[in-house]
Design a protein around this ligand. Structure first.
Ligand SMILES: Nc1nc2c(ncn2[C@@H]2O[C@H](COP(=O)(O)OP(=O)(O)OP(=O)(O)O)[C@@H](O)[C@H]2O)c(=O)[nH]1
Ligand SMILES: [Mg+2]
Length: 329
C-alpha cells in the first residue's frame, strides 16, 4: 500500500479584466461623454477539504488549475463579469506547501474547511471613472491586476489508527509485517526504514485497522539527528501510539523517555494520545533476563512482551490495539 500520497500542482488566480475606453454615441449628441465600464475581478484560487476524497491521485493527472479571468469592461458603463473562482478539492489532512519557499501554507484538517489561497486580480477602471470637471473626455482606462501563479506541493498525512514509534532496529517493520500483509524492508541495522510503511491489520472476521511504521527515532531527532522527526507528522493523527522497545535494551525506560521527549518537541499533543508499550524480540532473551524484564514497569504500566519471530502475544497485541482504537474513536 502506498503510504505517502503527494502531488505537485500549479495554480493561478484570474487576472482582473481591463477597464474600457469608449464614448457615448447617440443620435444628435456628437460628443457623448466617456462611458467605458470597469473590468471584472478575477476568480480566486480556493482550497477546500473534501469529505469525499481520500487520495491525491487525481492531482497526478491534472496538474494545472486556473481561476477564470475577469471580463473586460464594456461600453455603456457595463462592468465586466467577475471571473469564477476555482475550488480545488483536496482530502482533509492535506498539507499544502509552497514549493519555492518550502513553507507550509495551510493544513486543512477538517472536512469542509476552506482557504482562499490566492485572490483574483482587481478589475481595471473604465474611462468613465476618470471623468471630472476639468477632464471631460479621458481617453484612458486602467488594466486589471495580473493573475498570480504558485507552485504547490500537496502531501497527504496518513490517517493510520496506530503509529509505531521506537528506536532504530527495535523491530517495528518486522512487527508490521507479522501482523499485516505489508512487507516492508527488514534488516539488522539502524535506519532500514527510510519512508513510512502502512499495514492493514485484519481483526476478527470483519474488522480491520491500519498501522503505520515510521523510521526509527533517536535522541536529538527533533534537532534533525538520524532521519529526524519529519516523519512524525505521519503518526500525528493516529489514535494510538505503540511504543516498541527492544527487550534486550540496557535501559528500556530511558529509551521510552527519550522517545517521548522527542515527540513532545515535535508536538506536545502527541503525548496525550492513548499509548501501548511493548517489549519486542522477547525470544532473544535468556532465561535470567526474563525475570528482570518481567519486573520492569514503564510509566506505571507493565509492557506487553512480544516476539515477531515466535509470534508471542501478537494476538493479544492486536486485541489491545483494537480495543484502544475503539475507546479513542
Ligand atoms: N529474534 C528476533 N529478531 C527480531 C524480532 N523483530 C525484529 N527482529 C530483527 O531485528 C532487526 C531489526 O528489525 P526491523 O524490523 O528492521 O527494525 P526497525 O525497528 O524497523 O528498524 P528501523 O527501520 O531501522 O528503525 C532485524 O534483523 C529483524 O530480523 C523478533 O521479534 N525477534
Ligand atoms: Mg523499519
Amino acid at each position: 500500500m502506498k503510504f505517502i500520497d503527494s502531488a505537485k500542482i500549479h495554480v493561478e488566480s484570474g487576472a482582473g479584466g481591463n477597464g474600457h475606453v469608449s464614448f457615448r454615441r447617440e443620435k444628435f449628441v456628437p460628443n457623448g461623454g466617456p462611458d467605458g465600464g470597469n473590468g471584472g475581478k478575477g476568480g480566486d484560487v480556493v482550497l477546500e477539504a473534501d469529505p469525499h476524497t481520500n487520495t491525491l491521485l487525481e492531482f497526478n493527472f491534472v496538474k494545472k488549475y486556473k481561476a477564470e479571468d475577469g471580463h473586460h469592461g464594456q461600453k455603456s458603463r457595463k462592468t465586466g463579469k467577475n471571473g469564477k473562482d476555482i475550488i480545488i478539492k483536496i482530502p482533509a489532512g492535506t498539507l499544502v506547501k509552497d514549493i519555492e519557499s518550502g513553507d507550509v501554507i495551510v493544513d486543512l484538517a477538517n472536512k469542509g474547511d476552506q482557504h482562499v489561497l490566492i485572490k483574483g486580480g482587481w478589475g481595471g477602471k473604465g474611462n468613465s471613472e476618470f471623468a471630472n470637471a476639468t477632464r471631460q473626455a479621458p481617453r484612458f482606462a486602467t488594466d486589471g491586476k495580473p493573475a498570480i501563479e504558485q507552485h504547490l506541493e500537496l502531501e497527504l498525512k496518513l490517517l493510520a489508527n496506530v503509529g509505531i514509534v521506537g528506536f532504530p532496529n527495535a523491530g517495528k517493520s518486522t512487527l508490521i509485517s507479522s501482523i499485516s500483509a505489508a512487507k516492508p524492508k527488514v534488516a539488522d541495522y539502524p535506519f532500514t526504514t527510510l519512508v513510512p510503511n502502512l499495514g492493514v491489520v485484519k481483526f476478527g472476521q470483519y474488522n480491520s485497522f491500519t498501522v503505520a511504521d515510521i523510521p526509527g527515532l533517536i535522541e536529538g531527532a527533533s534537532e534533525g539527528k538520524g532521519l529526524g522527526i519529519q516523519f512524525l507528522r505521519h503518526v500525528e493523527r493516529c489514535q494510538v501510539l505503540l511504543y516498541l522497545l527492544d527487550a534486550a535494551s540496557d535501559d528500556p525506560e530511558k529509551e521510552y523517555n527519550t522517545l517521548k521527549n522527542e515527540l513532545r518537541k515535535f508536538n506536545p499533543e502527541m503525548l496525550e494520545k492513548a499509548e501501548i508499550i511493548a517489549f519486542s524480540k522477547m525470544d532473544t532473551l535468556i532465561e535470567e533476563q526474563h525475570e528482570e524484564v518481567n519486573s520492569i514497569k514503564i510509566n506505571g504500566k507493565t509492557p506487553l512482551k512480544i516476539s515477531s519471530v515466535t509470534r508471542l502475544n501478537l494476538d493479544k497485541l492486536t486485541q489491545m490495539l483494537y480495543n484502544t482504537i475503539q475507546a479513542n474513536e
